[in-house]
Design a protein around this ligand. Structure first.
Ligand code: GLV
Length: 318
């Protein structure tokens, strides 16, 4: 039996199925650092890793001669925690879990747009504090969402799902920035530059992949192009945003608010950000529904099964 490491507990039916096919170990102690990732590459035939596990070039290099692993079936659409070039060079296949989490992640984007615009975090804290004095015509006034302009940065599957919800659900105009020209099947205007999108949008929603090519795509200059009434939402990866620059823009009230699901050094969230009332902060919940997490686990396992049969994993990214 091939040895499979599942690096975090996942849905029981998926683990149960894996156990009928592989000699399974479920790692219960959180994310793998580089040394633990290297050890896992040496000890297991296949690994089902996820966000936070550090399969860096260094991990592949440390494993090198001892490398046993041939497959990383990642649990998650984003795989910026895996050095795919190093994996490929080492002959390790890598797959991800696209599509199954698109709706759940787009829904978190909407949650953040609405919660930030309508000051839901502040309101909730007020009710829980026991200090709420009752309905007030001028109390906790937020920003209207319906009919506004949303600017999508990265018009992939998740970007389009957010755009769809904004346009058809909230009557919003959609503008977007995408590196390549993109035809979409809904009313949405591709603008030539990121700056143009940042300027036009009342709500900017970042939905690009992470990784070297998008690191700090949203920097101080991009944020400076936003309207002072603008709300910034990030549901992609923390590193896409220069976090200190975002914090400065919020503290200086250069923009009106931010809704964040991801952070540069997760799970560390800077204290200044946590102290800001004009932010809604979620703990990376994009795909966190029971149904979606089960589907992600199943897809990751299906890719590992395909690999174990000598087939190309259907969601291979290598
Ligand atoms: C979650 O962030 C994922 O990449 O699946």
């Amino acid at each position: 039996m091939k040895k499979l490491l599942i690096t975090r507990p996942i849905a029981e039916p998926v683990v149960a199925q894996a156990e009928t096919l592989f000699d399974v170990t479920v790692h219960e102690d959180g994310a793998l650092d580089v040394a633990a990732a290297a050890q896992a590459l040496a000890d297991y035939d296949a690994i089902l890793p996820t966000l936070g596990d550090q399969f860096s070039a260094q991990a592949f290099q440390s494993a090198s001669e001892k490398l046993r692993c041939g497959m990383l079936g990642n649990f998650g659409v984003g795989y910026n925690h895996i050095d795919v070039v190093a994996a490929k060079a080492a002959g390790v296949d890598v797959s991800n879990t696209p599509d199954v989490l698109t709706d759940a992640t787009a829904d978190i984007g909407m949650t953040l747009i609405l919660a930030t615009a309508r000051r839901a975090g502040e309101g909730e804290r007020l009710v829980r504090s026991g200090e709420w004095g009752g309905f007030g015509p001028k109390a906790l006034l937020g920003t209207h969402v319906t009919g506004k302009t949303v600017g999508i940065v990265g018009m992939g599957r998740i970007g389009q799902a957010v755009a769809h919800r904004c346009h058809y659900g909230f009557g919003m105009r959609v503008v977007f920035f995408n590196r390549s020209a993109k035809e979409v099947t809904m009313p949405a205007e591709q603008l030539p530059t990121l700056t143009a999108v940042m300027q036009e949008a009342d709500f900017v929603v970042v939905t690009t992949p992470g990784g070297a090519e998008t690191t700090h795509l949203i920097n101080a200059e991009a944020l400076a192009a936003m309207k002072p009434t603008g709300i910034f939402v990030n549901i992609s990866r923390g590193e896409v945003v220069d976090e200190p620059a975002l914090i400065k823009a919020l503290v200086d009230e250069q923009i009106a608010g931010a809704g964040l699901d991801v952070y540069e050094a997760e799970p560390h969230v800077p204290e200044t950000l946590r102290a800001l009332d004009n932010c809604v902060l979620l703990p990376h919940l994009g795909s966190a529904t029971v149904e979606t997490r089960q589907a992600m686990g199943q897809m990751a396992l299906d890719n590992i099964i395909a690999w174990s049969k000598g087939e190309k994993p259907p969601q291979s990214v290598t």
